[in-house]
Design a protein around this ligand. Sequence first.
Ligand code: AQP
Length: 329
Amino acid sequence: MQRVFSGIQPTGIPHLGNYLGAIRNWVTLQKDHDCLFCLVDMHSLTMPWTPEALREQTLGTTACLLASGIDPTRLYNQSAVSAHARLGWIFNCVSRLGWLNRMTQFKDKAGKNRENHSAGLYVYPNLMAADILAFHATRVPVGDDQRQHLELANDIAQKFNHDMGVEFFPQIEGLIPPNAARVMSLRDGSKKMSKSDPSAQSRIVLNDTADDIALKIRRARTDSEPLPSEEAGLEGRPEARNLITIYAAMSDKSMADVLSEFGGQGFGSFKQSLADLLVETLAPVANEARHLLDDKEHLLQVLRKGAERARAVSDPIVDEAERLVGFLR
Ligand code: AQP
């Protein structure tokens, strides 16, 4: 059975992009794969944080993932499993500065003020490679934004194997969904939907109420043209494309089918149908997540048990990686 690893940063409440780009696929994959799903709290320190918010968001994200249907036995938080940090350090010493300099996510997140960002943000992709390879996972379901980091992880695995003269780390394959691999902001169709966007109106989150969802969709930015009947008509209309993409992904229909249904209409009735569709799927998730958050001790227990299982898989692999690089025990 193929081993699957994927993670999510507890930097806020998961949003529709996380749901369609990652979580929904995790729920499907866990049926016939050996899956590990991780709240990557160590990655969350790469941008400014407060301890109180991190604790709260880690539990909040756990509740959302469980409410979305993730199997509790497969879920844990990264910092509770030392294999991540141990292998992350080795990979810091395998990865090359030239490789990291090419990472577009660092450039996007650091922006113009890069001198002021943490070293952690820069080496984030090395830790992500360690997250996956500490389990010898070969399949990684992620959104499109992580494609470059997966390529880097394969470069690191290959260099480690070459330098140590072994075939130890496997090559990994990204499982990037064909639909909605990149959900865009509701306020700006050229920016991806993100937990760290200062505007709460830019994203639908997994604890929004039905009213919140309807309001955010009603307020979503659009243009003044009616919807086209064919995909070519979405050219140069990123906001319209984004809403159609979301509708298609949520309804498991093709873009062409959605456009043939709504083409020629204004945004008003389409937005109503989209809001209904989102509420139908996401409002029950939000209700269940709220319910789960009433028992924080239970959520902590889930993470502790998941970490135990994750340690049992990753410790022998990282022990062997350490032996290969020459560490004595
Ligand atoms: N907009 C998106 N569309 C599709 N997939 C997305 N993912 C994130 N945003 C979108 C996928 O969700 C998984 C978890 O992402 P993450 O939380 O670890 O980190 P991120 O990609 O940095 O997400 P955010 O929301 O932008 O977080 P912040 O603002 O904290 O940096 C990944 O598989 C990702 O591809």
